[in-house]
Design a protein around this ligand. Structure first.
Ligand SMILES: Cc1cc2nc3c(=O)[nH]c(=O)nc-3n(C[C@H](O)[C@H](O)[C@H](O)COP(=O)(O)O)c2cc1C
Length: 473
C-alpha cells in the first residue's frame, strides 16, 4: 500500500475484526484494523480453548519479554481445550491501578493480535479502541506498539490525550490517562498511570510512532481535537448514524420514530467543507460500502471510506458462523432488520442491533438472562461516599447498581454487551446452571444491502470479494 489507504476495514469489537480479518485485508493492500476491545479476555479464552491452530503460541514466541509470557501460558492454556460445559476462568475486572498480572495480559494480548495481523505481508495494520473503555488503554496501546502497529484508531469519546500517550510510549516513558470519575472534585486523583519499564526485562530501542486517527461524528469535534490535543492527530474517520456498533447520540433533543429508532436531523450533518479546510486527511464511514459511495466520498475530498458491516459478514470475520449464515439468509430474503437501540449499551450511546432469533435482540432472551456483571469493560467510575473510587454498570443487578448510588432509570433495557459480544464471537461464558450466554449482533443499516457481495449461488463471500467489488471500475 502506497500512501493513504482508500479502504479502511473498520475495527469491530469485541473480537469480530481479529488478526485473521485485518491481516487478510492488509495483505490485499487496504488497511486492516484489529479490534483492541477486551483483547485480554479474548486471548485468555482462546488459550483455554486449547489455542486451535497454535496461533497464540506463535505470537507469544515473538514477544520481546519472554519472562512475562511463561506465567500467562501456565495460567490459561488448557491442552485440547476446556470441556464445553466448563466455564472460562473469571479474570479480575479492570480498575484504576489494575493488578500487574492484568496489565501484563493486556500488553501481551495486544502484542499477539497485532503481530499475527502483520504476519505474511509488509503492509500497515491498525488497531481500534473505544475511548470510553479507558482503564486498559495504556498497557493495551503499549502492547500494540511493541508489535509495530501502524495506526491507532479511536472513537466513542474524545481522545484528546491519546497523541501524547503515543509519543511517550514510543520512548518507553511513563504515560498517564484521565479517568472520568462521576462526582470527583478538583484535586481528586483520577489519573491512570503506566510505566513500561516496570514490565521490560531488557532495554529496547524507541518504537515506531503509529499514526493516530480519531473517529468522530462532527466537524466541531474534529476541530477541537486538532486545536486542543497536545500531540498530532493524523486523520479522521467521520462516521454517520448508518454505521454498525455504537453511534454518536443525536444533537439536541432525543427523538424516536414509531419503531423506537433514533431520528437524526440536519444538525447531525457533518460540514465536509469545514473538514477539508481543517487539514488532516479524512475517511467517510456509515453506509459507504459500495463503489458509488466510495466515488462520492472521493469527490467530497475524502481519502476514502471506512467499512464495517460488509466485512463483519465475510468469511474471515470472527462473527459466529450460525449468526453470520442466518443474517445473510435474511438479507438475501429481504428480511434483515437493524434498529438503533437507545437503551441497550451501558455507555448510554445508541447501539445498532440486528434482529436475530436466539440473541439478546429478542425480548424473551433478554428477560431470561440473570443480570450479572463480571467483565466490566463498560463500568463507570464514581466517587463513593468513602472518598474511594467505585465502579458500577447499569446492566449489573439492579439492587447493586442502586446501592452504589446509580439511578434506577439507567438500568431499564440495559444489556450486558461485554458478555453478549464475547458470545457473538464464539467465546460465551457458561454459568453455574450450565446456561450459556447469548450473543448480540451489531450491524450497520447496510446489512439489508449485503447480498451485493455474494458471488452467484453462494451464501458466503470473502474480504477479497468486498475489496474487488469496492474497487471495480
Ligand atoms: C460488528 C461491528 C462492530 C463494530 N465495533 C466497533 C468498535 O469496536 N469500535 C469502533 O470504533 N467502531 C466499531 N464499529 C464501526 C465500524 O468500525 C465502522 O466504522 C462502521 O461499521 C462503518 O459503517 P458501515 O457499518 O455502514 O460499513 C463496528 C461495526 C460493526 C459492524
Amino acid at each position: 500500500m502506497n500512501g493513504s489507504p482508500r479502504i479502511i476495514q473498520g475495527g469491530m469489537g469485541a473480537g469480530v475484526s481479529s488478526w485473521r480479518l485485518a491481516g487478510t485485508v492488509s495483505g490485499l493492500g487496504q488497511l486492516g484494523v484489529v479490534s483492541g476491545t477486551a483483547l485480554d479476555q479474548i486471548f485468555a479464552r482462546r488459550l483455554q480453548d486449547g489455542d486451535p491452530g497454535g496461533h497464540m503460541r506463535r505470537g507469544l514466541e515473538r514477544f520481546p519479554f519472554q519472562k512475562l509470557v511463561e506465567r500467562i501460558w501456565k495460567t490459561y492454556y488448557i491442552p485440547g481445550g476446556k470441556a464445553p460445559n466448563e466455564p472460562y476462568k473469571t479474570l479480575p475486572m479492570h480498575v484504576k491501578q489494575g493488578p500487574r498480572k492484568m496489565q501484563t495480559l493486556c500488553i501481551v494480548a495486544n502484542f499477539v493480535e497485532v503481530f499475527l495481523a502483520r504476519e505474511g505481508h509488509d503492509n500497515p495494520v491498525g488497531i481500534n479502541y473505544l475511548e470510553k473503555v479507558r482503564l486498559p488503554h495504556l498497557s493495551s496501546i503499549y502492547g500494540a506498539m511493541l508489535a509495530g502497529v501502524d495506526y491507532i484508531l479511536m472513537g466513542a469519546g474524545i481522545p484528546l490525550k491519546i497523541p501524547d500517550v503515543v509519543d511517550r510510549l514510543v520512548n518507553h516513558e511513563p504515560a498517564t490517562y484521565p479517568l472520568a470519575v462521576t462526582g470527583a472534585q478538583e484535586g481528586d486523583d483520577a489519573t491512570i498511570t503506566f510505566a513500561p519499564r516496570d514490565f521490560m526485562t531488557h532495554g529496547l530501542p524507541p518504537l515506531k510512532r503509529p499514526k493516530f486517527i480519531a473517529i468522530v461524528a462532527s466537524n466541531t469535534l474534529a476541530t477541537t481535537l486538532v486545536k486542543k490535543t497536545s500531540g498530532r492527530v493524523d486523520g479522521f474517520v467521520i462516521e454517520g448514524p448508518k454505521a454498525g456498533g455504537h453511534n454518536a447520540p443525536p444533537r439536541g433533543r432525543l427523538q424516536l420514530d414509531e419503531d423506537g429508532n433514533i431520528v437524526y436531523g440536519e444538525r447531525d450533518r457533518v460540514d465536509l467543507e469545514k473538514m477539508r479546510a481543517l487539514g488532516p486527511p479524512f475517511w467517510l464511514a456509515g453506509g459507504y460500502g459500495s463503489p458509488e459511495k466510495l466515488r462520492e466520498a472521493l469527490a467530497a475530498g475524502a481519502e476514502g471510506v471506512q467499512i464495517g458491516t460488509a466485512f463483519a459478514f465475510c468469511a474471515e470475520s470472527e462473527l459466529r458462523d450460525d449468526y453470520k449464515r442466518a443474517l445473510l439468509k435474511k438479507a438475501v430474503d429481504g428480511e434483515a432488520c437493524v434498529s438503533t437501540d437507545s437503551l441497550a449499551s451501558p455507555t448510554g450511546y445508541p447501539f445498532k442491533v440486528a434482529r436475530l432469533e436466539g440473541t439478546l435482540s429478542q425480548e424473551d432472551v433478554y428477560a431470561k438472562r440473570a443480570r450479572i456483571c463480571d467483565l466490566g469493560y463498560l463500568r463507570e467510575a464514581y466517587k463513593a461516599p468513602s472518598g474511594k473510587i467505585g465502579y458500577r454498570c447499569p446492566s449489573e443487578p439492579t439492587e447493586i447498581y442502586i446501592a452504589k448510588g446509580g439511578n434506577v432509570e439507567n438500568t431499564i433495557g440495559r444489556k450486558c454487551l461485554c458478555n453478549a459480544l464475547l458470545a457473538t464471537v464464539g467465546l460465551p461464558q457458561i454459568r453455574k446452571d450450565e446456561s450459556v450466554e447469548a450473543g448480540i449482533v451489531t450491524s450497520g443499516d447496510d446489512l439489508t444491502e449485503i447480498a451485493r457481495f455474494l458471488p452467484p449461488d453462494s451464501l458466503t463471500y470473502t474480504a477479497a470479494d468486498v475489496i474487488a467489488k469496492m474497487t471495480e471500475a
